[in-house]
Design a protein around this ligand. Structure first.
Ligand code: KG4
Length: 339
């Protein structure tokens, strides 16, 4: 079964062709990052307009890359939640039109379920159940992946997402947008114990996280140094910050894995590209005798292939939509009904 999959929830317009959920035939991506860099963050209206300009071009490119024609498409999938709503709606409406035009099924995909599915592409042997740490620019959560389409949220951030936290600190440092990659590179060779940054604890919710205190403490540290004209050891600052983010995530991953009793742990989303978090996960999982699955770096960020992969399993579970499909800015990952 060949699925044309559309992803437009934030600042990448991506269209992929995926066969039977696990074989990526093509993956065309138009990034808007250069445009948003000017403003230091994603400007929602610009994102929507850029998706509108790029989406047809990406679909044609994905078909050309795969050497396929429109008639070869068996179903059309799209991210329908969560995301910037104007951006999501561009992809949903495009997918609805293509599905209607070709007379093929329409498959709505939850964006974070898509990120999780990036692991199926990287690891052909991976099957649920497993525990997944989902960390991106807009979401940070621990998910019990009971089955390909049955998921339960075990814990989540109470405030900022981990990626948002990286981006805000990087913006003040002036090292680029999105800031996670530049912060990761800056941290190389730094002393991760040089600057003291807080770790959070949410009372009565051990699997919930909080990043706003860490973000504020890091920004205060930077502003104080600027005001006092003190020179910071930037690699050590970035390393200390990366260690604090990782400490927020990794112990909770282990705790959640113990709670579920699963021997398999995965990570997903843009922040799962972070070298410190990957290393800490590897060490902790090895120590606890857990098998760790990490997505290929190129599949950590937003892409169409992951949507096409998850869409296949949604289709097998009967989760197709009619043409009343709408887009949503937020939606529980466990919700099985697209309406
Ligand atoms: O998954 P993603 O591409 O988009 C969303 O669905 O949000 O994640 C983007 C986020 C950004 O906040 C970006 O700074 C972060 O992923 N990111 C990283 C790294 N690469 C990307 N954060 C930390 N370390 C990285 N190496």
């Amino acid at each position: 079964m060949i699925i044309l999959a559309v992803e437009s929830s934030c600042d990448e317009t991506a269209v992929a062709l995926v066969r039977d959920g696990r074989t990526v035939l093509s993956d065309a991506i138009a990034s808007q990052i250069d445009m948003h860099t000017i403003y230091g963050g994603v400007v929602p209206e610009i994102a929507s307009r850029k998706h509108l300009e790029a989406i047809t071009v990406m679909a044609d490119q994905a078909l050309a890359q795969a050497g396929l024609r429109r008639g070869d498409i068996d179903a059309v999938a799209c991210t329908y939640a969560p995301g910037l709503i104007g951006a999501v709606l561009v992809g949903v409406n495009f997918a609805k039109s293509v599905a209607a035009g070709l007379g093929v099924p329409l498959i709505p995909v939850h964006h974070i379920r898509g990120h999780i599915a990036a692991n199926y592409i990287t690891h052909p042997d991976l099957e649920p159940p497993f525990l997944c740490l989902c960390v991106s620019g807009g979401n940070t959560m621990l998910v019990d992946v009971k089955d390909y389409t049955h998921m339960e949220l075990l814990g989540a951030t109470r405030d900022d997402a981990a990626g948002e936290c990286f981006d805000k600190v990087a913006r003040v440092l002036g090292i680029g947008y999105p800031g996670g990659g530049p912060m990761d590179r800056l941290a190389r060779g730094g002393d991760d114990k040089k600057y003291r940054l807080p770790r959070s604890k949410v009372d009565d919710a051990p699997l919930d996280m909080s990043f706003s205190g860490l973000k504020t403490a890091a920004l205060n540290l930077l502003h104080n140094a600027q005001q006092k004209e003190e020179e910071l050891d930037l690699p050590s600052f970035a390393a200390s910050f990366g260690a604090a983010v990782s400490d927020e995530l990794v112990p909770r991953v282990i705790e959640a894995a113990k709670l579920t009793g699963y021997g398999k742990v995965a990570a997903a989303g843009g922040v799962s590209a972070n070298s410190r978090i990957r290393r800490d996960l590897e060490r902790a999982c090895e120590r606890e005798g857990l098998r760790l699955y990490l997505p290929q770096l190129k599949l950590c960020g937003d892409n169409g292939a992951m949507i096409g992969c998850q869409a296949y399993y949604e289709y097998l579970a009967g989760n197709t939509a009619d043409h009343s499909l709408n887009g949503f800015a937020s939606r529980d990952i466990g919700q099985e009904n697209w309406k």
